[in-house]
Design a protein around this ligand. Structure first.
Ligand SMILES: [Zn+2]
Length: 271
């Protein structure tokens, strides 16, 4: 599933190809995404120039003269920049054709992704307005984590995955950040010390920043007619490494199910 680093990598990959370009037409081949694509969308954006390719949490924001396209990659979505004439393949649902002769093509086998549109400030959109601070920005720090954990007895890993409190830390990066901070995933959030909150905030930033950096080397995968978008997999400490030796202490990495998701951790390194 694309997590925040993959979405940011996608944003950086498409940005030079779309910003400053005019949308010649938008074609909807499959309307039934997570939310049905608005039948009026094609007419709303046709002829508009794209001013900016932004991101908020896992939403890509294509700001046009007419309004903002809000794209979400869902469980399996990807965006690629291709020559507009490139034949479609299975699950190519939307084409945003540009005056450069290229198309921004949205593919999504499981159709949990979405393409929405607003003429208002996207920050006020119902899907975006309650989102927590961006983890890579300064507003997210140890003091913020300390404040939001004080009265919450939910397990810290589950708190990290609550997008009203922390955005963009999905299942992979929650396990990884907790390992880096040496905090056990099952600890009640309110039991973390202030020092641990600071360590964890730094670990979250470091984990995400590293993933974005690694993603930078795969940017070419987002542009071109062949191959898959190829979401990268950085060198992970614990995620999907159950039974394998911990990279720090050598004890086997453990796995358990938490909120219907797999959690990975080292019982020796994490307290
Ligand atoms: Zn260990």
């Amino acid at each position: 599933m694309p997590e925040l680093p993959e979405v940011e990598t996608t944003r950086r990959g498409i940005e030079p190809h779309v910003v400053g370009r005019r949308i010649s037409r938008l074609l909807v081949h499959e309307r039934r995404l997570r939310w049905p694509v608005d039948p009026k969308l094609a007419a709303a954006v046709a002829g508009s120039a794209i001013r900016r390719a932004g991101r908020r949490a896992k939403y890509l924001l294509l700001e046009t003269e007419a309004g903002t396209l809000i794209l979400h990659l869902g469980m399996s979505g990807s965006l690629r920049v291709l020559p507009a004439m490139t034949p479609r393949v299975a699950h190519d649902h939307i084409d945003i054709e540009l005056d450069s002769g290229q198309t921004l093509r949205f593919n999504d086998p499981r159709r949990f992704g979405s393409v929405l549109f607003t003429v208002d400030d996207p920050a006020l959109h119902p899907l975006l307005k309650l989102l927590a601070p961006e983890p890579l920005e300064d507003a997210f720090d140890g003091e913020y984590l300390w404040k939001i954990t004080r009265r919450r007895s939910v397990a810290i890993k589950q708190l990290l995955m609550n997008s009203r409190l922390v955005v963009g830390v999905g299942n992979i990066y929650a396990s990884e950040a907790l390992f880096r901070a040496r905090v056990r995933p099952r600890r009640p959030a309110r039991k973390l010390s202030r020092v641990e909150c600071h360590k964890l905030a730094r670990a979250i930033k470091a984990t995400l920043a590293m993933a974005v950096k690694v993603g930078g080397t795969t940017l070419r995968d987002y542009v071109g007619a062949d191959g898959n978008p190829g979401y990268f997999r950085q060198k992970l400490y614990v995620y999907e490494r159950d039974g394998k030796p911990c990279r720090i202490c050598g004890n086997p990495v453990r796995q358990f199910t938490q909120g219907q998701r797999s959690t990975y951790w080292c019982a020796n390194c994490q307290k």
